[in-house]
Write a protein that binds this ligand. Sequence first.
Ligand SMILES: NC(=O)c1ccc[n+]([C@@H]2O[C@H](COP(=O)([O-])OP(=O)(O)OC[C@H]3O[C@@H](n4cnc5c(N)ncnc54)[C@H](OP(=O)(O)O)[C@@H]3O)[C@@H](O)[C@H]2O)c1
Length: 332
Amino acid sequence: MSKTMHAIQMKAFGGPKAMELREVSVPEPGTGEARIKVAYVGMNPFDAMARAGKINFMPISFPFTPGLEHTGIVDAVGDGVDASLIGRRVISRANFGAYAEYSIAKAEVLLMLDDRIDLKVGCVYRGCSFTGWHALYKAGRLQSGETCLLHSAAGPIGIMAAQIAKSDGCTVIGLAGGDDKVSFAKTFGADHVFDYTQEGWVEQVKDATHGRGVDVIVDGNGGPNAASNIEVLAPLGRLVYIGATAGDMPGPVDISTLIFKNISVAGMNLAPIEDPPGSATDRTIIENVATGVWRVPVTEEVPLADVADLHHRLEHRQVHGRAVIRVGGDLT
Ligand SMILES: NC(=O)c1ccc[n+]([C@@H]2O[C@H](COP(=O)([O-])OP(=O)(O)OC[C@H]3O[C@@H](n4cnc5c(N)ncnc54)[C@H](OP(=O)(O)O)[C@@H]3O)[C@@H](O)[C@H]2O)c1
């Protein structure tokens, strides 16, 4: 095996062009670690945020290699790790470093990829399905047959959440930016998708619910539209914030508004509340993905050398669903 590999490295935070493709040493797994021959990496907004120096909840040191959610095959293990892990198809999503032919992870956090799910879908499905599920059910307490409103409905979390809620007999309303994204989001089964970049989405949501409003909102965009969420919540409605891709975190909500309108506002951070591997949630998600009941929106595949262009397009809202970066590809 070659002692060097291709990897993206950054010397400092910056724009997409701060990522350089270099030839570097293949890393060795330390105690408790596994080395993964990387197959595919999902283009997660967290990678763009980390590249730009906007993440403060995960350690980053230089030279820095982005790449969070990825799949691959374990090819070496360090001391204290069961050697039977070598050759297994795994999902790794706990640390950066996957924009490279080999990555390193703590063996205990690796997830085994179900035999029925390919490596490309495997690097995408878990994060977006789990985030959508937990936002809807754990934070949003969605009930069968209720109505939910999903911001960023053409993004992977919005798309998976829409399919999850539809499977539960819910009415799904999506919001997306522009005609293309509205059309794309509709193909995943939402009952209505409105273009929030045009005037009038609040009235459209009210009309679609016959004036009642929605029971649950999941919003990962925040920004200037967030204040209008309050206007479209039904009595006893629950608003769940999961991020702020549009820039600013939503502002505070007056408690008298919560009382007067009978509504709740919540936040959801997946990692500390995530149902574990083997749980009913995990089994349900794997089954629906593996059997194609829920379609995972992998929309394009780009080589490692083109990752700067992909970051640029993501940051200019030009990516639908989830793009993946092909490193080793369909390894066997
Ligand atoms: N809380 C958690 O545990 C957790 C876990 C994972 C992800 N998240 C968050 O969930 C949200 C959705 O994640 P995702 O992976 O499904 O990504 P995503 O929604 O596909 O993110 C990209 C989309 O965000 C929208 N957007 C709005 N304002 C934007 C701006 N100023 N710049 C760029 N894009 C903008 C665009 O869609 P439109 O044009 O249609 O608006 C864009 O296509 C993100 O905020 C992410 O950080 C939270």
